[in-house]
Design a protein around this ligand. Structure first.
Ligand SMILES: Cc1ncc(COP(=O)(O)O)c(C=O)c1O
Length: 398
């Protein structure tokens, strides 16, 4: 056996794609705005970003980055725990604490590291991490890094969560981790029921609002706010890389334990902090989001428009109304063909293949922005129709 043998199946799968664009290897020449990008020199409609409020090109956001770059230089050249905490990192933490009405907030270098830091910083051997089976890789990786025992419960099933918690000898040593909005299926967690099970058992609850921040709740704080249980969640985690159009992550909590992660969590301590330009643009994006609740209304109007259009055309889409709209295609071969044909026609969406799904349930994962115009959504529907009919994903005669 050779070290590289385990990569051979991957090489075989890439070879099977044949000619044409390779999934997971798209190069965007450059974005031409929040809703269109140039790929291979051609304008391409973006139906696969996580730019939910369209803030990447809001004038205040690049302007703040530009100003910080001039003032504070290109990078911090250090960890948050050493020379890499600038006043603007602390200011952003204060903004998140105030926004959520929580005592503590910590900013991390990426959303991935926020999950790693929270789970591995709070849990260790002899503790338990209890996660939804459809959790993001960063949650699985954080649980593994912690060295704690890991239990997965059936996706969005409070009853199965209750069964798993009932088997734990010391539920006070358990952290339950769920997402507000699931990144592939677009499903929303039933948080009041999950809170109830955690409270009954005495376990702690962490909610990852990576995809729900900005889109859900009266103030855009995510699904816990929207479902009225923000006070019952022990730790909220989120990312800057979606609604806030930057890079980084945050957590907020009333527990002093969060503050202590500044000194102990390895994914916080042993990596460089976010660059001044990035932190400044995130701060600006947060301010734009707070001042413009109408952006959220526009996002939901677009979601309703696109869902109605896709259903009318006969596509099978996920049941939950959310900014993430998965389109069920079937086999990997068919889904790759659909993805390539959409790209060729001038539309970018994401693709979901095994092991992220069952081999017969591959998806085109589309996601939508408040910045898309009604004309752009109609154009995307026309492209889905054209390609879907050509590949018989929808009835050719419909
Ligand atoms: C649910 C969830 N959590 C965490 C992350 C990681 O965030 P980031 O990409 O900002 O590191 C993602 C990214 O896609 C995600 O979907």
């Amino acid at each position: 056996m050779d070290l590289f043998d385990k990569l051979a199946p991957l090489a075989d799968r890439l070879a099977a794609v044949g000619g044409g664009p390779v999934p997971f290897d798209t190069v965007i020449d450059r974005p031409s705005g929040p809703t269109e990008v140039i790929i291979d020199g051609r304008p391409t409609l973006m139906c696969g970003s996580n730019n939910y409020l369209g803030l990447s090109f809001h004038p205040d956001v690049p302007a703040a980055a530009h100003d910080a770059l001039e003032r504070d230089g290109a990078g911090t050249t250090g960890s948050r725990a050493a020379n890499g905490t600038f006043a603007r990192h602390r200011r952003l933490e204060d903004s998140f604490a105030e926004l959520y009405g929580k005592r503590h907030a910590v900013v991390f270098t990426t959303g991935y590291q926020a999950n790693l830091a929270l789970i591995s910083g709070l849990c260790a051997a002899d503790d338990a991490v209890v996660i939804d089976s459809e959790s993001h890789a960063s949650i699985y990786d954080g649980a593994k890094l912690s060295g704690a025992q890991v239990f997965a419960f059936r996706h969005n099933s409070p009853a199965d969560l209750a069964r798993k918690l009932a088997r734990l000898p010391e539920p006070r040593r358990a952290l339950v981790v769920v997402e507000g909005l699931y990144s592939i299926s677009g499903d929303v967690a039933p948080l009041p029921q999950i809170v109830e099970e955690c409270r009954d058992a005495g376990a702690y609850l962490m909610v990852d609002e990576a995809h729900s921040f900005g889109a859900y709740g009266e103030h855009g704080l995510g699904c816990a706010e929207a479902q009225g249980v923000l006070d019952d969640v022990d730790f909220v985690v989120g990312t800057f890389s979606k609604t806030l159009a930057g890079v980084g992550g945050y957590s907020v909590s009333n527990h002093d334990a969060l503050r202590l992660l500044h000194f102990s969590a390895r994914p916080y301590v042993f990596t460089a902090s976010g660059s001044p330009a990035n932190i400044a643009s995130v701060q600006a994006a947060l301010d734009v989001m707070r001042r413009n609740p109408a952006l959220r209304d526009r996002l939901w109007a677009n979601v309703r428009h696109v869902r109605a259009g896709l259903l009318h055309l006969g596509f099978k889409i996920g049941p939950t109304e959310s900014p993430i709209v998965p389109i069920e295609i079937g086999s990997a071969e068919r889904t790759v063909a659909m993805w390539q044909a959409l790209l060729h026609a001038g539309l970018y969406a994401n693709i979901v293949l095994p092991p992220a799904c069952r081999p017969d349930a591959c998806l085109i994962r589309t996601s939508y922005s408040a910045a898309l115009t009604a004309e752009q959504i109609d154009r995307s529907l026309a492209l889905f129709e054209q390609v879907g009919r050509a590949l018989s994903v929808i009835d050719a005669a419909a």
